[in-house]
Design a protein around this ligand. Structure first.
Ligand SMILES: Nc1ncnc2c1ncn2[C@@H]1O[C@H](COP(=O)(O)OP(=O)(O)OP(=O)(O)O)[C@@H](O)[C@H]1O
Length: 518
């Protein structure tokens, strides 16, 4: 590992930081201090200002006011990339690794200071990559293509690359959003390793349990302001949520509830028979009835995401049929799925979800332009009215319906994706990790919205490995390596479901497990 620079103060100290975007105040007199070797969490609701702070701490944006010091010294000049990179490393939720390149090429990409004008030989590159990976204890073949790595391996390469510029301070902005439970464990082991070597980090996550597992100090922002900084051990979960929301968390119940209902199963609405997609899943069958929310649980390689995507028309399966309300759906075609009444919340809002430069209103209504005016003409007034309703129903934090979606915080963009899927009034809603990046309070209301779809006589399928997402379901089907391994009625224990997702389901015949009676 690179020699630590002599430490003369906190690795970072930001004070009085304010930042506006037009009329939006993203940060107001905010502050944060991270000590050497500290694991410091930054939490707050969607739109609280966390990512804006990250962009200021990494030199991507200038604050309007405030001071910023690294190791007791003023921050480098804007644009001095090498100087910034030697003080602070950053790993974002979205990987910056280029899939088509090898690990070694990715590690030495865009490295001005190593002399881009003197091309280095492949052999040299590989040797230096091997050294660098060994320095950070990353067990990955430097000649492998990045696209062949697992998500967490890619993230390790990213961390090694980020730290290799010399920084002893790394910012991790929602690093666990794309990882399954096993991947998160590996990432945390790696971070603890680095911490033992004296690396400090600022960790951003909406999963509060991760904060308790990993961090010693937590800072809470709310509505652009610093609310508190405290040792994690001294701030219980309830106090933490109260600081984030500004409301008492005492006695708050989820807005949804599946317990204690007498659920009379409706007619079959979604029927999937013997569906197979090579390399993803085999022989999958499911009948979901009107009024039901069904969970499709599984870790990264389980095939559950590809299955959800197939139902939305994104993959053409080799075998099997899909019907909605008794009508066969042509597979492998997104428009056919839409016409059949299948609404879809994709896994990656950046790739499949949104058009960033278009407004919130346009994005929310992309799937229903035919309802927004006669003869295919889209009436702006109707689009706005429609979007306005979505904004208030889903609590989307935006200056207005005409704001470009790119100006929204990550969690609020996710709500627009959900608004769009709901806009069609789907018969069957397929939602992949719908609460990804959404704060703890919005999560509850979003899941409540999914619940309502079923309560109104439709069907919802939640594809996720998040236990909070799956708790809203009437029953959960667990997949492992492309096959259904168990099915659980409402009331499962976390341990049971986690074991099933990890391939330790016990009986492989779902009928022998805790089967629901739908
Ligand atoms: N480029 C921009 N243009 C206009 N407004 C912006 C821009 N970037 C951020 N904002 C606004 O600043 C506020 C803070 O956003 P920020 O992305 O920092 O929130 P966050 O705490 O990271 O939220 P999330 O948890 O959803 O990621 C939000 O209201 C957001 O809409």
């Amino acid at each position: 590992m690179a020699d630590p620079s002599p430490v003369r103060g906190p690795v970072v100290e930001a004070d009085g930081i304010s930042k506006r975007f037009g009329a939006t105040v993203a940060l107001s007199d905010a502050r944060i201090t991270v000590a050497p070797g500290e694991s410091h969490a930054l939490v707050g609701r969607n739109g609280a200002g966390k990512s804006t702070l990250v962009s200021i701490l990494t030199g991507l944006q200038n604050p309007d006011t405030g001071t910023l010091r690294f190791n007791g010294e003023p921050a480098p000049a804007p644009g001095d990339t090498d100087a910034w990179r030697s003080r602070v490393a950053c790993v974002y939720q979205r990987s910056t690794i280029i899939p088509a390149l090898t690990v070694a090429e990715n590690l030495f990409l865009d490295r001005q200071s190593t002399g881009a004008l003197h091309p280095i030989s492949w052999k040299q590159l590989r040797r230096r990559a091997t050294e660098l990976l060994a320095d950070y204890g990353v067990d990955v073949d430097p000649t492998a293509r990045a696209e062949d790595l697992t998500v967490e391996q890619r993230q390790f390469v990213e961390i090694a690359r980020a730290l290799s510029f010399g920084a002893r301070f790394i910012i991790l902005d929602e690093p666990t959003a794309k990882l399954d439970a096993r991947g998160i464990d590996k990432l945390f082991d790696k971070l603890r390793d680095l911490q033992r070597q004296g690396v400090a980090f600022l960790f951003i996550s909406h999963h509060l349990q991760e904060v308790y597992d990993l961090c010693t100090t937590v800072t809470v922002y709310r509505d652009a302001r610093h609310i508190t900084t405290a040792p994690v051990a001294e701030l219980g979960q309830q106090a933490l949520v109260e600081a984030m929301t500004g409301e008492s968390a005492r006695g708050t119940e989820p807005t949804w509830s599946v317990s204690g209902r007498s659920r009379s199963a409706g007619a079959p609405l979604l029927e999937v028979t013997a569906l197979s997609l090579t390399g993803a899943y085999q022989d999958f069958s499911l009948t979901a009835r009107a009024g039901e929310v069904v969970g499709l649980a599984g870790a990264a390689a389980s095939g559950n995401v590809q299955l959800g995507e197939t139902l939305a028309g994104l993959h053409r399966p080799q075998d099997g049929t899909v019907t909605v309300a008794g009508r066969r759906v042509r597979t492998g075609q997104v428009p056919a799925a839409l016409t059949a009444g299948i609404g879809f919340v994709p896994e990656d809002r950046h790739i499949q979800g949104l058009i960033p430069q278009r407004s919130v209103a346009e994005n929310a209504t992309l799937t229903v332009t035919d309802q927004l005016g006669p003869f295919g003409i889209v009436l702006p007034s109707r689009t706005r009215a429609f979007a306005q309703r979505m904004i208030s129903d889903l609590d989307i934090k935006t200056p207005g319906a005409s704001t470009p979606v790119s100006a929204l915080s990550g969690g609020n963009q996710q709500k627009v994706v959900i608004a769009r899927a709901l806009a069609t009034g789907p018969q069957v809603l397929i939602a992949i990790r719908p609460t990804n990046g959404v704060d703890i309070k919005s999560k509850e209301s979003l899941l409540g919205t999914v619940r309502e779809v079923a309560d109104n006589g439709k069907t919802a399928l939640i594809v996720s490995d998040e236990l909070d997402d799956l708790r809203v379901c009437d029953r959960v089907v667990a997949m492992f390596h492309g096959r259904v391994v168990a099915e659980f009625a409402h009331g499962w224990s976390d341990e049971q479901l986690v074991a099933a997702m990890e391939g330790m389901a016990g009986p492989t015949d779902p009928k022998e497990t805790n089967v629901s009676q739908h």
